[in-house]
Design a protein. Structure first.
Length: 413
């Protein structure tokens, strides 16, 4: 017998007392097995909630928080692709959620999908059910789903949304790989240098103490750095981690700081053009999908700024939205922002004249996505030898500095 899973909710929660999460199994008024979860102050509170819903509880257990894989944007993109495929094949929506939920390797995603399925089963629209989980489904996602439901083309918009998310994730992963590689290499270099400074250099220092001659300046510098690592190593690590933690908290809380850092990121000599093209690709792709789905241009721009992934573009999008609402054309408003390249502006102007803005914006997105791919490939071939040179200079410099006194040993003798 199939087991139904629902999420029990209490209409009036206890105002006092800490609530906990409970998982339960029971039998409904028709004698069918049912299971779900709810928040309550204790097992007796869960009993009372279930009795009000005509459910006879059989087993109630307090939820134990274990490590569960988080739901990533890649998981949401895969779910969207699966849902689009099932809807295009004519599978009913509720059954589609069951199939995707049972096949999901992520238990947290499966619970999320079961909860959305329960909301839909009780009469909630799909877009409204998604809006209850803004951490996983943003305004762009929900707006497209709502447009598909109202126009009766949910399967088509799910397909567009799946393509959009797959392309966005592909660009994001390439940007991350381009940025993370040098960071990872520098971290490894720091660890190697720390090991040399803490364990290797002191051994050489003991040998050099019996030379009876002045050490070269480079050797003295390395020995002084070694003593700093040994005496203040924990302080250095504390300052580094504390500074990183404080920086991240300040960055998340301060919109002004985010805007300033995003401005600086776009002006970086190597990575700035890459980030700029990536933001342009995401911006035009998002607007193309929303406008092509029948969302009015002014309303579509509300979701476009955040999708670009850069607060500079988000701020410029608000200005573009205001200009368009006052009668300015899209291409003119984009030109005034000063962010978009000439090719994107020309294509947008052609789209306005021909009545195919969504199609032209999609072509712009395709072009700049290809540009991002080429630049990432070029950066990968450039960064690798550059990192090797940096590592060679750092580690090789330390080795040479420690062997200089040995080279002069003959003169001392």
């Amino acid at each position: 017998m199939a087991t139904t899973r629902i999420r029990a909710r209490t209409k009036a929660r206890t105002p006092t007392g800490k609530e906990f999460r409970f998982e339960w199994q029971g039998i409904d008024r028709e004698g069918k097995p049912i299971q779900g979860e709810t928040r309550a102050t204790g097992k007796s509170h869960v009993h009372a909630i279930l009795r009000r819903q005509n459910i006879k509880p059989i087993k109630i257990t307090k939820y134990r928080r274990l490590w569960v894989k988080a739901i990533t944007p890649k998981d949401v993109a895969l779910f969207t692709r699966q849902l689009a495929t099932l809807c295009q094949a004519g599978v009913p929506l509720l059954q589609s959620f069951d199939i995707v939920g049972r096949g999901s390797p992520n238990p947290r995603l499966a619970r999320l999908l079961y909860g959305i399925r329960t909301d839909i089963e009780t009469g909630t629209s799909l877009s409204t059910a998604f809006r209850k989980h803004p951490n996983y489904f943003d305004n762009l996602y929900c707006n497209l789903i709502e447009a598909g439901e109202s126009a009766g083309i949910l399967d088509q918009l799910l397909e567009r949304l799946a393509v959009y998310m797959e392309k966005t994730e592909a660009i994001r992963s390439k940007i991350k790989s381009a940025l993370m590689y040098p960071i990872a290499v520098l971290l490894v270099a720091f660890v190697v240098i720390a090991i040399i400074m803490i364990f290797v250099v002191p051994t050489f220092k003991e040998v050099f103490s019996n030379f009876g001659a002045d050490l070269p300046a480079a050797t003295r510098t390395v020995i002084a750095l070694s003593e700093i690592f040994i005496n203040y190593g924990w302080l250095i690590l504390t300052v580094l981690f504390g500074g990183y933690y404080g920086f991240m908290r300040a960055w998340k809380r301060s919109k002004k700081m985010q805007f300033t850092l995003d401005q600086l990121a776009l002006k970086l000599p190597i990575f700035g053009p890459l980030l700029d093209k990536s933001c342009t690709a995401r911006w035009t792709r998002t607007l193309s999908i929303l406008y092509g789905a029948g969302v009015p241009l002014v309303d579509a721009l509300r979701s476009v700024g955040g999708a670009a992934g850069n607060s500079v573009y988000a701020h410029a999008t608000l200005k573009i939205q205001q200009d368009i609402s006052h009668g300015t054309s899209l291409s003119a408003a984009m030109t005034q922002s000063g962010l978009f390249p000439a090719m994107a502006l020309q294509m947008c102007a052609i789209g306005e004249e021909s009545g195919s803005i969504d199609h032209m914006l999609s072509r712009v997105a395709d072009f700049y996505e290809a540009e991002v791919d080429d630049r990432v490939a070029g950066l990968a071939s450039l960064i690798e030898p550059l990192m090797m040179v940096i590592l060679g200079v750092l580690i090789g410099g330390i080795v040479v500095a420690m062997y200089l006194p040995i080279f002069k040993l003959g003169q001392v003798v």
